[in-house]
Ligand binder design. Structure first.
Ligand SMILES: Nc1ncnc2c1ncn2[C@@H]1O[C@H](COP(=O)(O)OP(=O)(O)OP(=O)(O)O)[C@@H](O)[C@H]1O
Length: 379
């Protein structure tokens, strides 16, 4: 009496014992089993995907599959039909081999990351976004936090000069180490441009890749805070950042006279799209202390920061505070030009006092997962 036909489960169990000769893992786990057909006469046909056409291991795989299935009760013969994986299947396999990690791992985007990521944005250029960012980073580092600053303001990239960075990125085996100054690790598009070339001819998709490279390919170590100096305006790069680091929170820099409603509207529309959180508004160039009498003078109008904060609170339904108002101080510009942020050279200056207060309020949001918004990718 002949044995009953083998079941599909029995065949799959037998195939689970067949390792890919190169990868050393079962072909069933690697998505290499395309099909199993069991004929009424006990003949079994196994379809197998090879990773590449003309795979040198094709004979080994064929004989291993045959050797595993043939001894099963009821099997009268084994035929192995070879096929080749599609590009998509190969990518999936690569991801699986890397333990499920996507091709480029951005440490700050991992659910377990304890690093607070703040993107510093502004409605338009020249409001002092880079100066503010550099002083906040220096202040956080001076307070003992582990801080890095990514200068994603591709068109301005003034951060290295403002922080007095003299070093360049260095390569250690597969990792690129960012240079550091004033206790802040820094990378900037300015460090990557060819010598003698001023502006980088960069467009949206390249900008996205550059930001991804900064985030994924550099070795940042265990950071408390990562500040990102964003290009002015709330354009594509802000959407890119939201995709790459969904948990990044926004800090808006504005001046008192800016069309507050417009700034708020644009930022509000952005965060509604990206599900990000605006952590607060900073008003820069708020007033000038009269060099004679010490009275504050409203050079650029008044109330812009407060208006943006109030409008954003309404638009987003979440409290968006005005974090501080930084006066105009010539030394703040001079500090930027000489590479020593004002918060370090004169922490007592009124502008420094505001910047340090703002840095403290950013730090008070704390490191870690508590209170973290569960951001959704806008993909
Ligand atoms: N509070 C301030 N007091 C005096 N000067 C300031 C102040 N804030 C910024 N500045 C100066 O204003 C100029 C523009 O500042 P900064 O480059 O930081 O602006 P930005 O918003 O980053 O501009 P962009 O995005 O176009 O690069 C610089 O010369 C800077 O030194």
């Amino acid at each position: 009496m002949s044995s009953p036909l083998p079941t599909r489960d029995q065949v799959m169990t037998a195939l689970a014992g067949v390792n890919d000769p190169e990868i050393g893992r079962p072909i069933t786990e690697l998505g290499m089993v395309k099909s199993v057909e069991i004929g009424s006469d006990g003949a079994v046909a196994v379809g197998v995907y090879l990773t590449v056409a003309g795979c040198p291991m094709r004979d080994t795989i064929t004989s291993r599959v045959t050797g595993a299935v043939a001894p099963l009760a009821g099997v009268t013969g084994v035929r192995v039909d070879l096929d080749v994986m599609s590009e998509e299947q190969r990518k999936q396999l690569q991801t699986q081999i890397r333990g499920g990690a996507p091709e480029r791992v951005i440490p700050f985007a991992q659910p377990s990351s304890l690093t607070k990521v703040y993107a510093i944005v502004s409605g338009k250029g020249g409001v002092g976004k880079s100066s503010v960012t550099v002083n906040l980073a220096a202040s956080l580092a001076a307070a003992g936090h582990k801080v890095a600053l990514i200068d994603a303001d591709i068109y301005g990239h003034s951060v290295p000069r403002m922080l007095g960075v003299t070093g360049a990125p260095t390569k250690v085996q597969d990792m690129i180490m960012p240079p550091a100054a004033k206790g802040v690790k820094v990378i900037s598009a300015g460090m990557l441009k060819p010598p003698g070339q001023d502006a980088l001819p960069i467009r949206g998709p390249i900008l996205h890749r550059l930001l991804e490279q900064f985030l994924a390919d550099f070795y940042w170590g265990d950071l408390d805070y990562l500040l990102i100096d964003m290009p002015p305006g709330t354009g594509d790069i802000a959407l890119s950042l939201a995709r790459l680091v969904p948990g990044a929170e926004l800090v808006i820099v504005t001046t008192p006279q800016l069309a507050a409603a417009e700034v708020a509207q644009r930022a509000g529309t952005l965060v509604t799209q990206t599900h990000q959180r605006v952590i607060g508004v900073i008003e820069n160039m708020s007033y000038l202390l009269c060099p004679h009498c010490g009275e504050p003078m409203d050079v650029f109008g008044v109330g812009g920061g407060e208006q943006v904060a109030t409008a954003l609170t309404k638009l987003t339904g979440v409290d968006v505070p005005l974090l501080g108002q930084i006066p105009i101080d010539v030394r703040l510009r001079e500090g930027g030009d000489s590479g020593t942020p004002l918060v370090l050279s004169d922490p007592e200056a009124p502008a420094s006092a505001q910047l340090i207060k703002i840095a403290e309020s950013l730090a008070s949001k704390g490191r870690g997962l508590a209170g973290r918004m569960l951001s959704l990718s806008p993909r």
